[in-house]
Write a protein that binds this ligand. Structure first.
Ligand code: GLC
Ligand code: CA
Length: 551
């Protein structure tokens, strides 16, 4: 690292993550340098100036490891290498140096609940006999029935279809996701040691932190006879579920914390844990991962009351855990928020249904595209005005919509293949980015793109929005630049406002006001510094946020 990068990334700053703006890169769809249609590390390196100009603090890279892509890279065949289609370890080092040189930290994705079935350990398990140490790294069981031909339990996987798959010698293995993603046995000390090695491997290469995939998985309580899916579904007591959110999982994170703290500054981690709100602080505790995703706003309608409650609850919760809260509207698993807000409200359906809805494509009925983008911009400007970390997903800074009409033959997501006719899967938010107005893949690379870009993507390209007043890209750039001043302290005061309006005050005379209602409302006093859309004279129009400063 050069002295400049040290200057920009002070080693004594152990709290950089608390109010960071973190930009998620889905590597295969970000930028393709060599023209094979798949985004790569060279592509990321070439776009470092763009990321620096955007004003983010860190990038989080979704998996770039060797993978057969049964689940977009979340089926990892080797945790300590780069997929040759994406790059090399040397290029990874070059990318980290380039990002650090631009003042941007690097977070990588760790997928500890399951590996790929191509992983050498799973291949060894298949080759070894039932009861062998090789099988003990995964979860193998005999089947039910006289000949063992029935699965050990009737469980449904997260992507639909059964959770157990039979191997040629008759045993079955557990996979809570696709059958190409066998679950690790976290009671096995070799598994634990191997993940410590992986965390050190990337930390030694200069990685600043980790996003922990399915952090509420890993440990399972599997007794001699397994409960049925119906029995499991009936469990409501916190911590009592045999598969998810077991208390024992926190022993693993306490162990990882020791690894993180071997480094200066300590490596950070953020948990992807789809757990109920009261169960979240434990994942975010300083003795554990330190931070956890909060998907509450992502699951809410564009509604003042829902937003008010979620913001207040989560700030209280993070104060209790000592962590900072996180916010996110879009990622590689959900319908992009510009499209979500273009659809009718969900009216508080439960998390599980919400997840189903979000993952199912959600393109019926027809979307009001203009309204969706207007609300998405207002919601984002509100989020960037909140205390805590903001996680952004590549392309949202362009206001990209979900791509709904990808032909079946071109789809890649296992959620699509395992739920024919029910779930269109998550490919629609993973379409390669448009960088230019024209060209075979709109500047994504010198040739094609691994998922088809729709009509109209070129008009939303970086080239089309760069320097264009009022564009979504310029809104993100302006907000992220101003956010450095606005986030001076992690505090927020609510200012009395009409029911459809949220008005919050931040230190330094900053005010963030969002009108969720259908009619314009008078703007509060002060200098209007930034708005998510045009004002109507002295009025704040419907579905618009303003950042205001008073002296
Ligand atoms: C997480 C990832 C998702 C993946 C799943 C299984 O939820 O975000 O993309 O399919 O884990 O690894
Ligand atoms: Ca490529």
């Amino acid at each position: 690292m050069t002295s400049t990068s040290h200057a920009q990334l002070p080693v004594d700053d152990a709290t950089w993550w608390r109010q960071a703006a973190v930009y998620q890169i889905y590597p295969r769809s970000f930028a393709d340098a060599n023209g094979d249609g798949i985004g790569d590390l060279r592509g990321i390196i070439s776009r470092v100036p763009y990321l620096q100009g955007l004003g983010i603090d860190a990038v989080w890279l979704s998996p770039f490891y060797p993978s057969a892509l049964a689940d977009g890279g979340y089926d990892v065949a080797d945790y300590r290498d780069v997929d040759p289609r994406i790059g090399t370890l040397d290029e990874f080092d070059e990318m980290v140096a380039a990002l650090h040189g631009a003042g941007i930290r690097v977070i990588v994705d760790i997928v500890p609940n399951h590996s790929s079935d191509d992983h050498v350990w799973f291949q060894e398990a298949l080759a070894a006999a039932p009861g062998s140490p090789e099988r003990a790294r995964y979860i193998f069981r005999d089947g039910l029935g006289a000949d063992g031909s029935k699965p050990p339990a009737d469980w449904t996987s997260m992507f639909g279809g059964p959770s157990w798959t039979r191997v040629p010698d008759g045993q079955w293995y557990l996979h809570l996701f696709a059958k190409e993603q066998p679950d690790f046995n976290w009671d096995n000390e070799e598994v634990r040691a191997d993940f410590r090695q992986t965390l050190r491997f990337w930390s030694d290469r200069g990685v600043d932190g980790f996003r922990i995939d399915v952090a509420h998985g890993l440990t399972k309580e599997l007794g001699e006879s397994l409960p049925s899916q119906a029995e499991i579904d009936a469990i409501t007591e916190p911590g009592a579920h045999p598969l998810w959110d077991r208390d024992e999982v926190h022993e693993i994170y306490a162990d990882w914390r020791k690894v993180f703290d071997e480094y200066t500054p300590p490596r950070i981690a953020v948990a992807e844990a789809w757990v109920s709100t009261p169960r979240r602080p434990r994942y975010a505790s300083a003795e554990g991962l330190g931070q956890a995703f909060n998907f509450d706003l992502l699951e809410a309608d564009f509604d003042a009351e829902q937003f008010r409650t979620i913001i207040a609850d989560n700030l209280a919760l993070s104060a209790a855990s000592g962590s900072s809260t996180t916010w996110v509207f879009s990622n590689h698993d959900v319908v992009r928020h510009a499209t979500r807000y273009a659809l009718p409200p969900r009216n508080g359906s439960t998390v599980k249904q919400g997840q189903k809805w979000l993952l199912s494509g959600g393109t019926q009925p027809v979307a009001d595209v203009e309204l969706g983008l207007r609300r998405a911009r207002a919601a984002t400007l509100l989020m960037l005005g909140l205390p805590g970390s903001a996680y952004l997903y590549q392309g949202e800074e362009l206001g990209l919509p979900e791509v709904a009409d990808i032909p079946a033959a071109e789809r890649q997501d296992p959620a699509f293949f395992r739920n024919p006719g029910v779930d269109i899967g998550r490919d629609g938010c993973r379409v390669p980015l448009p960088w230019t107005r024209e060209g075979t893949s709109l500047g994504f690379g010198p040739d094609g793109a691994h998922l088809p870009q729709p009509q109209g993507f070129g008009a939303l390209s970086v080239e089309a929005q760069d320097g264009a007043p009022g564009s979504t890209l310029e809104l993100y750039r302006a907000a992220l630049a101003l956010r450095h001043e606005l986030r001076a302290a992690e505090t927020l005061d609510w200012v009395r406002s009409p029911a459809d309006v949220l008005h919050l005050a931040r230190p330094g005379g900053w005010h963030v006001v969002t009108n969720f209602g259908t009619h314009a409302v008078p703007l509060p006093d002060g200098e209007v510094v930034l708005t998510s859309g045009p004002l109507a004279g002295t009025q704040l129009p419907s579905s618009t946020t303003a950042w205001i400063r008073t002296v």
